[in-house]
Ligand binder design. Structure first.
Ligand code: ADP
Ligand code: ZN
Length: 728
């Protein structure tokens, strides 16, 4: 039999331990399949791993230890192993770290009614002993795979009483392993809407793609409210009819509840959910059901790409341009690109949906690599809002006020008519800068190169870089003058204060991610607003993400110029997308909306493109600039971030790397820098960045690995390679 190993055969087992390759073991009694999840001894411990392939046999067979046991979990399928290898090779991530992405999620109990021990968050015991530490280490290593009390005691080499003690302290808990209940069946023919001609054509096209049973990517473009969701749900329906599984990725978990309601209306039942807001019990169920086919549709965050689908037929990436699809911590990957890779290995279709696609996807469609579907009009009577600038040079505004008289008048008239208005400012907190009026000192973070942002609601100064916070001081930390600290510039909390003064009668809701304790509270607030619970919404970029506010007819952008500062080549693209998205919130139902943009530079080409709505023109001009500069999507880039607590050490290594660039030059790549990284100091570590630019089609990863591999990372030094960085 192919892929089966008999007892005693040499097998290579990949674990999540930081080793450079899978290790050899002997297949256990009864043999095992390739891809099986197993427990193996490693030094004095036992860890979970996956049978990755045949063993290498470069050790003395007599010394090779046997696999301890095979876990009762569906083996990892070939496509997923292939995906982890290819994604790891693309992002230059070692396999153990890739495996962690696929097992963080954890599996399930062996027998339905078995009690198992689970780790409870990050809690520590009141007193650390070696025995207790070993128990916790084993649990951490299991990556969430649960053990019975006896198995855990054996693996950690402790007595049952140690574990009981930890249960009593609440550091771990013992509970019934979840039963394997499949999700309710979704009915593809349940509640489909009668589509418009435009939508029907799009749905037919996507359906044909799904029916082909082959890989293909479609860029589904259409203004907010044009029915993209309705259309791609038809592709999901077809995928279900084919007996295959579908995955819908959303950029923001606050969007899930509205979306799940729509799925339920369309298919008669709720799908599986996958994001960090889902309880661990539910995750274990989802993981197992996805592996065995008991879940037909998964709605989730980017990490859902690493789930063990049994037969994945379709991946939808909604709001595909959204920057939160890029994971910026640990394994640096872009979920949109990885969705395409995973689908291609599964003979699955991809739908990238957006009102304002990323330039990358736009270019791929232009080049014929992706199909393009466009929905041109909004559903029903609603149309894209009228867009108008407010030239701030002509507005009479006292200092420390940001709502111009023109904007104020417009908001007042909407509220009087019983409609909703939204004021948008992409800045959390009360004020971005706190300055001493006596000496000019600006309060910065002790650990980063960032200013502390005042959060008046929480009565603290917060660093948006590292999260460090401290109480607002009475006196200036530099000159000690009392009562001289002043807030400079607007944040969303300060806008709320100004709005309360300007519109004393209005019911005002502030939507900013940090003002809500939990995703559930935020969801509840969004639903409340959608149902008319507020007259005026003050929000950060959180509101730009696809929420449906049917009563909203006016959007006021407080500072349309905000994103255009700085030297980032993507700034124009970002601002264009964000402004179009925010404007798209207005007038979704029957009433036409209006978007007013406060700007000091109404002549700026990006502002003009936003106002005129000439998207194709904007993309062409932007594409031409990138082509000239040889940057993505017309060239390749990678960032190398070096960090250390010692600033001299990082620059020395950076300079050495810039000098010894032979491996890069041989493939036609160039290196720039070192320069301070976009965030130059984080948590006390100094960061410098080298940027590598290469023409398309060169073996960039191989060259990077060879180049970076020449340098030893002594002491505190760390290196992270970021393929396709977000900013350049
Ligand atoms: P998008 O995803 O492009 O923002 P949606 O699919 O969310 O657009 O559609 C916007 C609104 O219009 C939703 O409330 C949706 O249910 C409704 N809608 C879209 N198309 C139809 C249709 N053919 N029949 C009935 N309602 C529709
Ligand atoms: Zn900081």
């Amino acid at each position: 039999m192919d892929g089966f190993f008999h007892e005693g055969d040499l097998v290579a087992v990949l674990t999540t331990q930081p080793l450079d390759r899978p290790l050899d073991y002997r297949a256990p009694e009864g043999g095992c399949w390739q891809g099986a999840f197993v427990e193996v001894p490693l030094g004095p411990r036992r860890v979970v791993g996956v049978i990755w392939g045949p063993g290498k046999g470069d050790f003395d067979y007599a010394k090779v230890r046997p696999v301890t046991r095979v876990l009762d979990v569906a083996p990892m399928r070939d496509e997923l192993r292939d995906f982890l290898e290819k994604a790891g090779a693309y992002t230059l991530t070692p396999l153990p770290a890739m495996l962690r992405l696929a097992t963080r999620a954890p599996a399930v109990g062996d027998a339905p009614s078995m009690r198992k021990i689970y780790r409870k968050g990050e809690g520590r015991p009141d007193r650390e002993t070696d025995a207790r530490r070993r128990v916790l280490d084993v649990l951490d290593e299991m990556g969430g795979l649960a053990l019975t009390q006896k198995e855990l005691a054996d693996a950690a080499g402790v007595t049952a009483s140690v574990i009981k003690g930890l249960v009593k302290q609440g550091v771990v808990r013992e509970e019934d392993a979840p039963r394997d209940t499949p999700y309710p069946r979704l009915d593809p023919d349940w509640g489909g809407k009668a589509l418009t001609e435009d939508q029907q054509a799009g749905a037919d096209d996507l359906r044909d793609g799904v029916r082909s049973g082959r890989y293909g990517t479609t860029l589904l473009k259409g203004v907010t409210g044009s029915g993209k969701t309705e259309v791609y749900l038809e592709a999901v329906a077809e995928c279900l009819r084919q007996g295959r599984q579908a995955l819908v990725l959303l950029p923001e978990i606050a969007l899930t509840s509205e979306f799940l309601t729509r799925v339920e209306a369309r298919f008669g039942a709720r799908p599986a959910e996958w994001h960090h807001g889902v309880t661990s019990t539910e995750r274990r169920r989802a993981w197992k059901m996805i592996a065995t086919g008991g879940a037909q549709l998964v709605v989730g965050a980017r990490s859902a790409l690493f789930l063990p689908f049994r037969n994945l037929g379709l991946v939808v990436v909604d709001e595909e341009h959204d920057t939160s699809y890029k994971q910026e911590d640990g394994v640096l990957y872009n979920a949109r690109d990885m969705a395409v890779l995973r689908a291609s290995l599964n003979d699955a279709q991809v739908v990238l949906a957006s009102a304002t696609p990323s330039l990358e996807s736009w270019a791929n469609a232009e080049a014929g690599k992706y199909r393009r579907l466009t929905l041109t009009s909004r559903f029903g009577e609603a149309v894209m809002p009228e867009m108008r600038p407010i030239d701030m040079r002509g507005e009479d505004l006292p200092s420390n006020r940001w709502i111009s008289p023109t904007l104020k008048k417009a908001v007042t008239s909407r509220i009087e008519r019983g409609e909703q208005a939204l004021l948008f400012l992409n800045r959390r907190g009360y004020a971005p800068v706190t300055i001493c009026r006596a000496c000019g000192h600006q309060i910065g973070c002790d650990h980063c190169d960032a200013r502390m942002v005042e959060h008046r609601f929480a009565k603290r100064l917060v660093c948006h870089q590292c999260g460090e916070s401290k109480p607002l001081p009475e006196a200036c930390p530099s000159c000690e003058a009392e009562g001289k600290l002043a807030a400079v510039g607007p944040g969303v909390e300060r806008m709320a204060e100004e709005a309360r003064e300007a519109f004393p009668e209005a019911r005002i809701a502030v939507l900013s991610s940090d003002l809500y304790g939990s995703a559930r509270q935020l969801k509840a607030e969004i639903e409340e607003i959608a149902n008319g619970g507020a007259d005026l919404i003050i929000g950060t970029r959180l509101v730009a993400k696809g929420h449906n506010f049917p009563l909203l007819t006016l959007v006021g952008v407080i500072d349309a110029d905000l994103g255009l500062q700085g030297s980032d080549l993507r700034a124009a693209e970002r601002t264009f997308q964000l402004m179009r998205q925010v404007a798209g919130r207005a007038g979704r139902a029957e009433k036409r909306g209006i978007a007013l943009m406060q700007t000091y530079q109404p002549e700026h080409p990006v502002i003009r493109a936003i106002l005129s709505g000439d998207e194709e023109g904007f993309w062409r001009a932007e594409a031409e600039e990138r082509r000239q500069a040889g940057v993505p999507p017309y060239g390749r880039m990678a960032g190398v971030i070096l960090s250390s607590t010692d600033v001299q050490e990082v620059f020395e290594l950076g300079n050495a790397m810039a000098r010894q660039d032979g491996a890069l030059r041989r493939v036609g790549a160039e290196v720039y820098g070192p320069a301070p990284a976009p965030v130059a100091r984080v948590r006390g570590r100094h960061r410098v960045r080298l940027l590598v630019k290469a023409p398309k089609g060169v073996p960039l990863q191989r060259a990077l690995a060879e180049w970076a591999g020449q340098f030893r990372l002594k002491g505190e030094l760390r290196m992270a390679i970021d393929i396709d960085p977000q900013s350049f």
